[in-house]
Design a protein around this ligand. Structure first.
Ligand code: DAH
Length: 339
């Protein structure tokens, strides 16, 4: 019995010491100490041992078991330590390396200008709405008093998708969409991208942005239009800014006007920036034409309104004194970061 035990133990220790990984160790544990393991089978055969020898043999089996367990545990610890060390080595961080600077983006001058305009009008109680860039001829022209063959259509020659659909040439189309909803009064601005078949140069682009404005309520007059737009100009270009309205023509407003602001560079004296004029043209506006109201089911006897349209790029160029519109579309970070 003694010899048999000794052999089992040597066998176990030999296997443990030459094992290569934790799984193997586990197999060895099962093979020797498990329910059907070799050492356990010795215990089971105790009935064949003479009763007087049993305590001694029992003690020997226990000693062998302890020895094997202890060796297993030590080997297990050694493996775990080795594993940990390998992991640490693989995950080593060189804290002396220079950091990676995150590349932060920058808001586009158009965006900055738009947010400023939105802030002003939201402060005056306006809602900001949007409309589709691919638009029906009806909303872009027809419902704005520009029927087929109207010369104004020629001026805004556009990209047609088919007879009825086009890329909108003006955000004025959103006026019609909002009026059609039938909720009155209306006090909204509608910023967005518009398209025209223009050649690219310092002041033109086939795709640019406008901000439309529309107010409709009972008793709205031209005085409201003037007051609102004068306030807008002051907020945008500075308290000293004065405005001037020149008669103009737009098919969807009557009367119509263009608004100039005093040059914020020279204060109106005349300089290179305003080409000696002292004034800078900034937007188109007017009282909504009664026929336009009627077409959208608003009674012109009961309701009146004013509208305006301003070029977003124009504001950005003026505010940031940029002299070529193309710079706004190149998206060169060195340029954009200046604003
Ligand atoms: N939609 C006009 C344009 O693109 C600008 C404009 C003028 C809009 C007068 C208006 C307005 O709402 O009342 O030239």
């Amino acid at each position: 019995m003694n010899e048999k035990l000794e052999k089992i133990m040597q066998d176990a220790l030999g296997q443990i010491n030459s094992s290569e990984n934790l799984e193997k160790l586990n197999d060895i544990k099962v093979a020797f100490l498990g329910k059907k393991g070799e050492l356990t089978s010795v215990l089971k055969s105790m009935k064949d041992v003479a009763p007087e020898d049993r305590p001694k043999v029992g003690q020997m089996v226990n000693d062998a078991r302890q020895k094997i367990e202890k060796t297993l545990e030590e080997k297990q610890k050694a493996f775990a330590k080795k594993l940990r060390e390998e992991k640490m080595k693989a995950e080593v961080i060189d804290v002396t390396l220079p950091g990676k600077k995150p590349e932060l983006g920058h808001r586009h001058p158009n965006t900055i200008a738009l947010e400023e305009v939105e802030k002003i009008f939201v402060g005056l109680g306006y809602e900001v709405v949007t409309g589709p860039e691919v638009e029906y001829d009806y909303y872009n022209f027809e419902a704005l008093n520009i029927p087929a063959n109207h010369p104004a259509k020629d001026e805004q020659d556009t990209f047609y998708i088919n007879d009825k659909l086009l890329l909108r040439t003006q955000t004025s189309s959103v006026q019609v969409r909002v009026m059609e909803e039938g909720k009155l009064p209306i006090k909204m601005i509608a910023p967005g991208r518009v398209f025209r078949s223009d050649e690219v140069d310092a002041t033109h682009s086939p795709s640019f942005h406008q901000i439309e404005g529309l107010v409709i309520d009972k008793h709205v007059t031209f005085a409201d239009l003037k007051g609102t737009l004068a306030e807008f100009a002051k907020e945008l270009f500075g308290k000293e800014t004065k405005v001037k309205f020149r008669p103009h023509h737009f098919p969807f407003t009557e009367p119509s006007a263009e608004m100039d602001v005093t040059c914020f560079k020279c204060g109106g004296k005349g300089c290179r920036f305003c080409k000696g004029e002292g004034w800078i043209e900034i937007l188109g506006c007017g009282m909504v034409h009664p026929h336009v109201l009627e077409m959208s089911n608003i009674d012109p006897e009961e309701y009146t309104g004013f509208a305006f349209g301003v070029g977003l790029e124009r504001i950005a160029l003026l505010k940031y004194e940029i002299d070529d519109m193309r710079l706004l579309y190149e998206n060169d970070k060195r340029f954009l970061e200046q604003f």
